[in-house]
Design a protein around this ligand. Sequence first.
Ligand SMILES: CC(C)(COP(=O)(O)OP(=O)(O)OC[C@H]1O[C@@H](n2cnc3c(N)ncnc32)[C@H](O)[C@@H]1OP(=O)(O)O)[C@@H](O)C(=O)NCCC(=O)NCCS
Length: 176
Amino acid sequence: MKEILSFKQAASKSLTEEQLRQVEEVEALGCNDPYSFLQLKEMFEDESVDNFICCDGDKIVGFATSKCNKRYYDGCIYIINLVVLPEYRKCGVATQLMEVMTKFYLKKCADLYITLDVTKTNIPAVKLYQKLGFTVPDFATKNKGDDEMVMSQPLTNLAKNIENLKKIKVRNSCTK
Ligand SMILES: CC(C)(COP(=O)(O)OP(=O)(O)OC[C@H]1O[C@@H](n2cnc3c(N)ncnc32)[C@H](O)[C@@H]1OP(=O)(O)O)[C@@H](O)C(=O)NCCC(=O)NCCS
């Protein structure tokens, strides 16, 4: 029976081996060049990385990882990874993961920009970030190769944009 999706921050070292295997599966199904199990385990156990997960009951169906990094782009919140299981896509899961992440950082570092790298040809991701209000900053274009682009915006703008998009709900009618 279908359960309601839940979204939360996953504290460092809080995921079991089984849950990390689920993260690995989400990653493998979402990325051309996926992080290995050990890399993901390190990421989820690194206290400087913040992890956010979406669960359908006990099953992890999406996750995001990010960090506040003073060395990236003169100090920003950097999104390392955002992946959703294929059968849960286009239901608002990524948008809601971004919302949980945004609320978390608003309490810690509301004055920062939130920044990411995306492959230009990754249309779902580019469209998602554009919809959330990310744009390509002038400073970023000259440092990047042809395939990748940097997108960024102030965290407070993202929070407002997500509020404006609140009508996007995780729809219970999504097929899986
Ligand atoms: C990119 C990704 C995370 C989006 O997750 P998602 O849960 O499907 O995203 P959402 O449902 O929140 O989508 C929000 C908006 O993003 C855009 N979008 C998402 N998927 C899209 C697609 N396949 N085609 C076009 N636009 C898309 C739409 O504007 C959508 O709004 P709408 O549903 O009102 O049209 C998901 O496709 C994924 O896991 N891809 C593989 C991993 C990846 O590329 N991650 C990004 C790394 S930078």
